[in-house]
Design a protein around this ligand. Structure first.
Ligand SMILES: NC(=O)c1ccc[n+]([C@@H]2O[C@H](COP(=O)([O-])OP(=O)(O)OC[C@H]3O[C@@H](n4cnc5c(N)ncnc54)[C@H](O)[C@@H]3O)[C@@H](O)[C@H]2O)c1
Length: 430
């Protein structure tokens, strides 16, 4: 009998590819793919067709309604959850109740009630939940953690954090399921979970109080930025020649295979107009956060910028650390591009000690996606994190802390009031 761990993947879209290829490739000595589950038969088939070209036997496929039957028949040790964000809780909880451990993509879930239910299930079942925060593993961000943990700027008292999404990657959130808050929690949950997780991890603190503002100010039909005569989706639009946001779904093998050719199964439209009238998420957000360490964060996220990346500064009792990062542009599922790749010469870490000259800090890029971060993350997920001095592997508590800032920010935008994290979820002690 093989001692490889048995994995099923639920939600076989674009992101699932990294996990599927890892189990079928670099991790196959310790892991085995035993089932796919999705609402869309065509997308599961697309992955099986790819695997067949590599000589892999077809992975048994199950509809979402047959998830429990899949677990009973395929007996997985672990379930990898890469569905739309709003369904993560459902599969995490069902998998744990059926006796499986879970690896979930970020965000762990999208609202506080679902977060409470997940934490309660972890407590009751004792199963393990890993949240795959790949940003932590990028060597440049690991270096920032190492420097701050090493005390180069003393105790961090405040953080200025600006994240820019460009008119390619940023716009793409407004074409897909992400455009509706009910699916994604908005960008303050879906996207900023990465950023709030980084801050929690970098400064080793938990958020306690949040105040936020946000608006849809560039995309959406009310802004008046779209073409006067436009369609509901790019494929049916009369303004393709004039619109800078036109996307040709048929023009990329990945987009065509995963989404256009599979519309018949679930009617999911991947190329909605970014100026549509049914967008419920913000594209311009500003958040103020207080932490249990006494530190404060000033955060902004804009999704219609001419370049993609971040400007982050940590102000400490012994000086300041600046981390700037300009990233390559990217479209999910398109192929040929990967999220979060730094442009050559595009990143800078600089330490400004009190009463001494500043100095730049270098880091070593590795082989593989995200400067060698992806292979390291996959090794941690499939082989165990071991004794990582930077503590990059993330669990359900990290997952909860990272989404609660965004969930509180959503509530603050809706009410105009500050929100106490403890009023949303009581985080378990470690
Ligand atoms: N860590 C990262 O950097 C990163 C990058 C991209 C996406 N993600 C995350 O990965 C997840 C998937 O994103 P994606 O870009 O692959 O989206 P996607 O739309 O390509 O794939 C989502 C898949 O889930 C399936 N699905 C939807 N509802 C379902 C249900 N009820 N039951 C089973 N399957 C269902 C869809 O049919 C689709 O195949 C999201 O949670 C996203 O936040 C993480």
């Amino acid at each position: 009998m093989s001692d490889r761990k048995r994995y099923v993947v639920v939600g076989t879209g674009s992101r699932a590819r990294m996990f599927i290829d890892a189990v079928a490739g670099s991790q196959k000595d310790v892991a085995e793919l035993v089932g796919f589950c999705d609402t869309n038969l065509g997308r599961m088939q697309w992955h099986n067709d790819r695997l067949a070209k590599e000589g892999h036997a077809p992975v048994p496929t199950y509809a979402d309604t047959d998830f429990d039957r899949m677990v009973a028949e395929r007996k997985p040790d672990r379930v990898i959850v890469t569905t739309r964000d709003c369904f993560h809780d459902e599969y995490i909880i069902r998998a744990m109740r059926l006796g499986c451990d879970v690896v979930t993509e970020k965000p762990m879930t999208t609202d506080d009630a679902k977060c409470r239910a997940i934490l309660e299930t972890v407590g009751k079942t004792g199963r393990r939940l890993v949240v795959t925060f790949n940003y932590r593993y990028a060597p440049k961000r690991s270096k920032v953690k190492e420097l701050i943990a090493g005390g180069v700027i003393g105790d961090v008292k405040s953080v200025d954090f600006e994240w820019l999404l460009d008119t390619s990657h940023g716009a793409d959130y407004f074409r897909r399921w992400h455009r509706q808050k009910v699916n994604s929690g908005g960008l303050l949950v879906h996207k900023a979970t990465h950023h709030f997780d980084l801050v929690n991890w970098w400064i080793a603190a938990s958020p306690t109080r949040v105040f936020a503002n946000g608006a849809l100010s560039f995309y959406g039909h009310r802004t008046g930025n779209g073409p006067a005569h436009r369609g509901q989706r790019c494929r049916e639009c009369p303004a393709t020649a004039e619109c800078k946001f036109y996307m040709d779904l048929a023009g990329s093998e990945g987009l065509k295979g995963l989404y256009l050719d599979t519309e018949q199964y679930d009617g999911y439209v991947r190329d909605h107009c970014v100026f549509g009238d049914d967008i419920t998420i913000e594209d311009n957000m500003s958040v103020s956060v207080r932490y249990d360490s006494g530190a404060v964060l000033s955060y902004s996220l804009n999704a219609f910028m001419p370049w993609e990346g971040s400007r982050i500064a940590f102000n400490g009792t012994k000086g300041r650390l600046e981390f700037d990062d300009v990233e390559k542009t990217y479209i999910s599922g398109q192929g040929g591009t990967a999220e979060g790749e730094t442009l050559a010469q595009g990143a800078r870490i600089e330490v400004f000690p009190h009463f001494a000259p500043s100095y730049r800090v270098r880091w070593e890029e590795g082989k593989g996606g995200h400067g060698g971060g992806d292979p390291r993350l996959l090794n941690d997920v499939f082989r165990g994190a071991g004794d990582d001095p930077l503590g990059r592997a993330a669990d359900h508590v990290d997952g909860a802390r990272s989404i609660l800032t965004g969930i509180a920010a959503n509530r603050s935008i809706a009410t105009g009031q500050p929100v106490e994290i403890a009023d949303l979820v009581k985080l378990p002690r470690r």
